[in-house]
Design a protein around this ligand. Structure first.
Ligand code: PMP
Length: 316
């Protein structure tokens, strides 16, 4: 039998074999075949974030937010952790929450993919569905309303404004990339959702080397199929967003992201989500202008939550 050092301890401490202990420290994969056309001195690497508990990058901010809330006793008395989410953050809260005995309530657009809704229901989350036409902003407004109406029931985690979101990337994603590239990266490319990834990782990397270029990307229009990403200029601005960090912001189309997501599966053996295809397109645009450089991006999740989408079966 596997020995459990502290079987009854229900605190935020980190026994080595707990779910929270395996958040982060994800592999950094070099993309070799899909980049064959680039000069040999130009490399593209991706952080394989689906290795996290709950299967996405969002385990990092979810654990940061939960840990801080536990320390402040903000979840005491059986309070529910409440937030709005398009899916991945909710699944991360649900995984870590279940493992720590914390109930989770989420506001989520009713047109979130059936895979996401099924996973969240399977994990025992209390779901409040918001207007599909209002997207992730509609879910934010519903969560705000619920938090105001029932402050005794909910701790509102508010991932768009919670400083622990970007700090989790500052503490973990940034240092991991710095270490895994032995400080040789020249460009960091990441998508904008809550903006936590770009803000936290970008801040850390620039402190190590101010010459690193930070490139953000977003959907190229307000109506898009890039789950987890936001068209920032037409959305509620996340409070943690720092518009001065990125040197440039690229606009990526849903069709291009689908195309590259298929290519990642077929040419690199990486069955990843649509925002990873978008990340690769952005990284390729950056790498295409270089004669030498180390470009690092983030692949936020795997493809399984997108199985009901139609784009997988296209030829190219
Ligand atoms: N891609 C996916 C699939 C996501 O779920 C998220 C998180 N919303 C992002 C990208 C963007 O990450 P961030 O919230 O840190 O900006």
């Amino acid at each position: 039998m596997v020995s459990q050092s502290l079987p009854h301890k229900k605190t935020a401490s980190l026994p080595a074999n707990s779910l929270a202990a395996v958040v982060g420290n994800t592999p950094l994969l070099e993309l070799k075949r899909i980049t064959a056309h680039l000069p040999s001195e130009v490399q593209i690497f991706a952080k394989a974030e689906w290795f996290n508990p709950g299967g996405s990058v969002k385990a990092r901010p979810a654990w940061g937010i939960i840990q801080t809330a536990l320390k402040a006793a903000a979840l005491a008395g059986g309070k529910h952790l409440l937030d709005s989410t398009s899916g991945n953050m909710g699944i991360a809260y649900a995984s870590l929450g279940a493992s720590l005995g914390i109930p989770v309530s989420l506001a989520i657009p009713s047109n979130a993919s059936p895979e996401r809704l099924t996973i969240l229901r399977a994990m025992g989350v209390e779901l409040t569905l918001s207007d599909p036409l209002e997207g992730s902003d509609g879910a934010i407004l519903v969560a705000q309303h619920m938090a105001t109406e029932r402050p005794e029931k909910y701790f509102y985690a508010d991932q768009y404004n919670n400083q622990e979101n970007w700090r989790a990337h500052y503490r973990t994603t940034g240092p991991e990339i710095w270490r895994q590239t032995a400080g040789e990266l020249t460009h960091f490319v990441a998508g904008l959702g809550t903006t936590g990834t770009v803000t936290g990782t970008g801040r850390y990397l620039l402190e190590q080397n101010p010459d690193i270029e930070i490139i953000a990307f977003e959907p190229d229009s307000p109506f898009h199929g890039l789950e987890g990403l936001k068209h920032i200029s037409s959305s509620i601005q996340p409070g943690i967003f720092d518009p001065t960090l990125a040197d440039r912001t690229l606009g990526i189309s849903t069709e291009t992201a689908h195309h590259l997501t298929r290519r990642l599966a077929r040419e690199e053996g990486l069955f990843v989500g649509v925002s990873s295809g978008a990340a690769l397109e952005a990284a390729m645009q950056v790498a295409g202008q270089l004669t030498a450089g180390v470009v690092v991006t983030v692949f936020p999740d795997a493809g399984y939550k997108y199985l009901s989408e139609k784009f997988w079966e296209l030829e190219s």
